[in-house]
Design a binder for this molecule. Sequence first.
Ligand SMILES: Cc1ncc(COP(=O)(O)O)c(C=O)c1O
Length: 427
Amino acid sequence: MQSGGRFDYYSGLYADRTYSMMSSEIRELLAVTARPDIISLAGGLPCTEVMPVGMLTELAERVFREDGPGAMQYGPTDGYAPLKRSLCMVMEEEGLRAYPEEIIITHGSQQALDMLSKILLNPGDPVIVEAPSYVGALNSFMSYQPEMFTVGMDGDGMLLGELESVLLRLRRSGKRAKFLYTVPNFQNPAGITLSAERRMGLIELSREHDLMLIEDNPYGLLRYEGEPLPTLKSLDPQRVVYLGTLSKIFSAGLRIGWAFAPPPLLEKLLLAKQSADLCTSALTQRIAHAYFQTQDWRATVARLAEVYRRRRDVMLESLEEFFPEEASWTRPGGGFFVWVTLPPYLDTKSMLARSVESKVAYVPGTGFYPGGRGAHEMRLNFSYPDEEEIREGVKRLSKVIRREISLARSLGLDIAGDEGSVTSGGG
Ligand SMILES: Cc1ncc(COP(=O)(O)O)c(C=O)c1O
């Protein structure tokens, strides 16, 4: 058996689920994008320039000075109580009321996604996701071998008619979805936000079909225009598990996320957490708590949002200026990503090698769909590259795309129809 191009002596030992973990073919190609001569619009990293290193040093020193033994010790599985109070304050900022005993702190919201899969999914269980969806969530779910159902999106988020069809189909076959996973604000990867009306509609449909929702909200506070919308959790607290994280508003390196879940689920998450890692790092939880105690965190979020808003504007302006009219893309009101749809006869996966040759990288669309769609789509990131890199990166990419289009045309490949897309306007 081959693994990553090598013979694998351990191939007889793996569990069935290991084979449903997604391959890293694209990851390997993207690894070269760390080269300094390549502009990467591929990653999803937050910008770290806004956070002064001196302040972080001071926070760590303060923690060791005031509570060194605590920081070096195991802690409660559900999390460090003072930090839980701060995280409730963060949720309050988006109009969501929670009590510390209703949340569990995890190593990033990624761990919460994995633990939810672990406690909820048997092989073959139906799970519903947006199409496209966050690749890290898909990977967690798929490793527990569910049956994946997708619901398409337009500029207002999930298409509720499509969702209803999926739910009716499941009902007719005597099945019940274990949960629906959604990123309602500035979705990763599509940058789309679920409208207020659709939020209400989603809750109504969920009640009708007794559907549980996982609401993943890492980007809600990074809004660059418009008014905040109610969280799904606030609309129906018993039906929704809400996931939050400090990765995008403070530091991804601390690995602090949380789940706000109804009590019975919270209990099961505690059991899963105990067997996964006993507790979240006592050190990083204390550093995060010190941050909330001593810093004006709302001002930092506002500064971050300002930097990201400018980068988003540069990306949208550059797309408008350089991309061919055959391309369309989303216009995110916040978050980190723009989703681009190219003509259906282009293949963004094979184009990536040629793009890297032209010293610009992006993520091909296929990884964001469980069923291999998205071959002519791509995700572009504007949070990490600076304004100049974004403009130059989009310019380089536009040349690659134009070359692909003219090559496809000369081969007569440009005659197929469009299969529909989530993007909302031409360039
Ligand atoms: C939608 C979404 N959920 C979860 C995560 C994981 O974040 P964390 O750093 O909290 O594990 C990310 C990270 O990019 C994300 O985009």
